[in-house]
Write a protein that binds this ligand. Structure first.
Ligand code: GLC
Length: 420
C-alpha cells in the first residue's frame, strides 16, 4: 500500500468519526443505529485518540454518564427518541434505573482497556481524567462479577445483544420464546433482510426485553429462573483482559486493588471450563443444559487478548488464516450454519480482528498478528468502512461509514501505526 493511499484512508476514517459525532458521543452509523452504543463508543474513543485526545476522553465520559445506580453501563443510551429504531426507549421501559434513558442490558466491557490506551497516549491530560473514570469502571466490573458470574466462574449473558454478537448460532438452542405479540422491526427498512437476524431471532430478543421490563430490570428478580443464560467467551475473555488493565491502572493510581486482583484470578480459573471437550476450542455453553455450542467463532480466539496462551487454539487459528481470504469469520466457514453475509453467522467484523491481533502480538505471535492486520488493511482498502464483510470475497455488509470500522482502522489497522 502506498503512503498516500493510506494517508487518504486515515483522513476518510477521521471524517467518519467526525460525521457520526452527535455532540460528545458518536452513533455507530446514521439511520440503522441512531443512538450511543456501549462497546462501539469505547472503540470510537480509541479511534479518536489517534487525532484528538480530548474528544477521545469525552466519548468514554459520555458513555459512563449513562451508568445505572447498580453499576451497569447500558448497551444503548437513548438521548432522544428516534422512531426509526426499534426497540426504542418506550419498549425497554427503564425510566427508574439510570440517569439517561437506556436499554436494560450491558455489552462487552472493552472500555477499561481503551481508557488505559487513551490515558497512556498522554498522561498529562489523562491523569485527572483517569482518576474520575476509574471508580466508574470498577463499579461496572463489579456489577459483572455480581450479576453475570456463572458457577463455572465465567461470564454469562442474559440476552443475545449483551454479547454484542446478536444472532450468533451460539444462542440458537438456548431459548424458546412464547407470546411475544405484534411489533414492527425497523432494521430491515435500512438494510436487506438477508443480512439481518431472522424474525425468529427477533421474537427471542423481544421476549427477553418484555421479561426484563415486567421485572423492572431488577437483577435480583431477573436472576430467578432465567430463561436465557449462556456462558460466553466474548464476555469472559474481554472482562478478564479489561480487569487486568483495571488492575494496572489501580496500581498506577495507588488505590486498593485486592478486589480487582481477585476478579482476575476467578475469571482466569473459569476460562478452562469454556473448552469444548471434543474440539479443544473455547465455545459458549448453555447454562440451563450445560450443552457446549460446538461453534468456532471469532470469540474463540480472544484468549491471547486475555493473556492466555493456547496451542490448540493456535492450530485452529492458523488453519482459519490459511483458508479464509479475509479472516476472521464470525463463524467457521466449515460450519453447516455458516452464512457469509448474515451478521454474526459468518461475516468478518474488524473489531474482533483488532482484539485478536492485539492479543497475538502481545504474546509474541508476530507472524500471525501481522498477517491478520495486513488482511484487515486490504479488506478496508478494497471494500471500505462497512459494518462487516463476507470473509471469503470481502463483500461489504450492513451499515456503511461505520464508526468502529473507522476507529479500528485509525488505532490498529492503518500502516500509520507502524509495524508490530
Ligand atoms: C449490532 C452489533 C453490536 C453493535 C451494534 C451497534 O447490534 O451486533 O455488537 O454494538 O450493532 O453497532
Amino acid at each position: 500500500m502506498t503512503n498516500s493511499k493510506w494517508l487518504q484512508l486515515d483522513e476518510k476514517a477521521q471524517n467518519i468519526l467526525i460525521k457520526n459525532d452527535r455532540g460528545g458521543f458518536t452513533v455507530p452509523t446514521a439511520g440503522l443505529y441512531p443512538y450511543q452504543w456501549n462497546w462501539d463508543s469505547a472503540f470510537a474513543g480509541w479511534g479518536f485518540s489517534t487525532f484528538d485526545i480530548e474528544r477521545a476522553w469525552q466519548e468514554l465520559e459520555s458513555l459512563f454518564a449513562g451508568q445505572w445506580n447498580n453499576g451497569m453501563v447500558p448497551h444503548i443510551l437513548f438521548r432522544s427518541n428516534d422512531p426509526d429504531y426499534f426497540p426504542g426507549p418506550d419498549v425497554w421501559g427503564t425510566e427508574q434505573c439510570g440517569p439517561i434513558s437506556s436499554s436494560g442490558i450491558s455489552q462487552p466491557p472493552v472500555a477499561a482497556t481503551f481508557v488505559r490506551a487513551i490515558w497512556e497516549k498522554d498522561k498529562t491530560i489523562g491523569n485527572n481524567r483517569l482518576k474520575k473514570i476509574f471508580p466508574k469502571l470498577k463499579a461496572w466490573h463489579k456489577w459483572f462479577m455480581t450479576w453475570r458470574l456463572t458457577d463455572r466462574n465465567c461470564i454469562f449473558i442474559s440476552h443475545p445483544w449483551e454479547a454484542g454478537r446478536d444472532n450468533s448460532p451460539d444462542w440458537d438452542n438456548a431459548m424458546n420464546p412464547v407470546g411475544v405479540g405484534k411489533y414492527t422491526r425497523r432494521d430491515t427498512s435500512h438494510v436487506d433482510g438477508s443480512m439481518r437476524p431472522t424474525q425468529e431471532d427477533y421474537d427471542r430478543y423481544l421476549w427477553l426485553v418484555q421479561r426484563g421490563r415486567k421485572l423492572k430490570w431488577d437483577e435480583e428478580l431477573m436472576s430467578v429462573n432465567r430463561p436465557f443464560e449462556v456462558a460466553d467467551p466474548t464476555m469472559t475473555f474481554i472482562l478478564l483482559r479489561a480487569s487486568r488493565d483495571l488492575l494496572y491502572m489501580a496500581e498506577a493510581l495507588d488505590v486498593d486493588n485486592i478486589e480487582i486482583s481477585e476478579w482476575c484470578s476467578t475469571l482466569r480459573e473459569g476460562i478452562e471450563t469454556l473448552r469444548n471437550p471434543d474440539g479443544g476450542f473455547f465455545n459458549a455453553i448453555n447454562c440451563r443444559t450445560d450443552e457446549h455450542s460446538g461453534n468456532i467463532t471469532s470469540a474463540s480466539f480472544l484468549n491471547w487478548y486475555a493473556g492466555i496462551d493456547d496451542d490448540e487454539t493456535l492450530k485452529i487459528l492458523t488453519k482459519t488464516l490459511e483458508e479464509t481470504r479475509y479472516p476472521i469469520p464470525s463463524l467457521s466457514i466449515n460450519s453447516e450454519k455458516f452464512d457469509g453475509m448474515r451478521y454474526w453467522r459468518g461475516p468478518t467484523w474488524v473489531v474482533l480482528n483488532s482484539l485478536v491481533g492485539i492479543g497475538l502480538s502481545e504474546m509474541g505471535y508476530i507472524a500471525e498478528a501481522t498477517l491478520l492486520r495486513k488482511r484487515t488493511q486490504s479488506l478496508i482498502l478494497e471494500k471500505g468502512f462497512a459494518e462487516y464483510f463476507h470473509p471469503l470475497n470481502g463483500t461489504p455488509g450492513g451499515g456503511d461509514s461505520f464508526t468502529w470500522t473507522a476507529a479500528v482502522w485509525l488505532a490498529w489497522a492503518s500502516p500509520s501505526n507502524g509495524e508490530y
